[in-house]
Design a binder for this molecule. Structure first.
Ligand code: NAD
Length: 257
């Protein structure tokens, strides 16, 4: 389905999954608004490159997703929001009795609270336009847990819960709200970890990917940012009109275990 004429806002989209989603949505014809907390030339250059390659309008708006007022200001500044992709996220790994409070607060704010603020600001725009899609990038950790990731797992479970509530509140309207739960996705951040992990385990690239990094992912393959973008595009299509309040796992079987 062409998303021509629609505008998608993707939080945390100057790298990784968010950027991949922005490209796929732009290829589907929607104008895109990129975001992160920095305001560098290269951030704006990403938007310019998407506009040049796909022919849609693309903008970059700086807003810190750890701050509720900036989350709401992002939506207001964009002025229109047909598709909202809540993607911004960070991670910190530590046992719960050693988990730094500032890291806990930041993860809850960026990974969960930001979706509350952006959704609250975007829904009136979607209602006015008579169509809307909210897609929350949660995680396999929105459905299952791992040790040492208490804040991340709590935030992602929270996002899945909020997804269901927003879906019920909009059920009789032409608006849907769903969460995508990726397993391990090959982003530049993950790619950068491969050489160190190879050295640590004294293994080759393929072996370290399959045996160490993707130990919990039965397919033994990373998901890709293009696959995530394609899943967001599917949730924006007419075929997905009755899909709301649910999770779609893109995890190579992780949550089937
Ligand atoms: P990434 O680090 O490449 O991207 C995170 C994005 O969030 C970046 O654009 C970053 O600039 C932005 N961001 C961070 N703090 C921000 C803030 N305060 N305000 C605005 N933007 C901020 O990582 P990624 O892997 O692409 O992760 C994207 C999302 O996907 C996250 O929510 C993450 O939890 C989720 N996820 C990732 C994986 C994976 O394997 N990569 C798996 C499951 C879920």
């Amino acid at each position: 389905m062409s998303l021509k004429g629609k505008t998608a806002i993707i939080t945390g989209s100057n790298s990784g999954i968010g950027l991949g989603v922005a490209w796929e949505i732009a290829r589907s014809g929607a104008n895109v608004v990129l975001n992160s907390f920095t305001d560098r030339d290269e951030d704006h250059a990403l938007a310019a490159e998407i506009a040049k390659e796909t022919g849609v309008e693309a903008r970059y708006i700086k807003a810190d997703m750890s701050k509720g007022n900036e989350c709401r200001a992002l939506i207001e500044q964009a002025g229109v929001c047909d598709v909202l992709v809540n993607n911004a996220g960070i991670q910190h790994v530590a046992p719960i009795d050693e988990f730094p409070t500032d890291k806990w607060d930041a993860i809850i704010a960026i990974n969960m609270n930001s979706a509350f603020h952006t959704t609250a600001a975007a829904l009136p725009m979607m209602r006015k336009a008579g169509w809307g899609r909210v897609v929350n990038i949660a995680s396999a950790h929105g459905l299952t847990a791992s040790p040492f990731k208490a804040a991340y797992v709590a935030a992602k479970h929270g996002v899945v819960g909020m997804t269901k509530t927003v879906a019920l509140e909009t059920a009789e309207e032409p608006i849907t709200c769903n969460a995508i739960c990726p397993g391990y996705v090959l982003t530049p951040l993950v790619e950068a970890q491969i050489p160190d992990t190879m050295e640590k385990y004294n293994m080759g690239r393929e072996e370290v990917i399959k045996k160490v990094m993707l130990e919990r992912q039965p397919s033994r393959e990373f998901a890709t940012v293009e696959q995530l973008g394609g899943t967001v595009a599917f949730l924006c299509s007419d075929a997905a009109k009755q899909i709301t309040g649910t999770t779609i796992s893109v995890d190579g079987g992780w949550t089937a275990l």
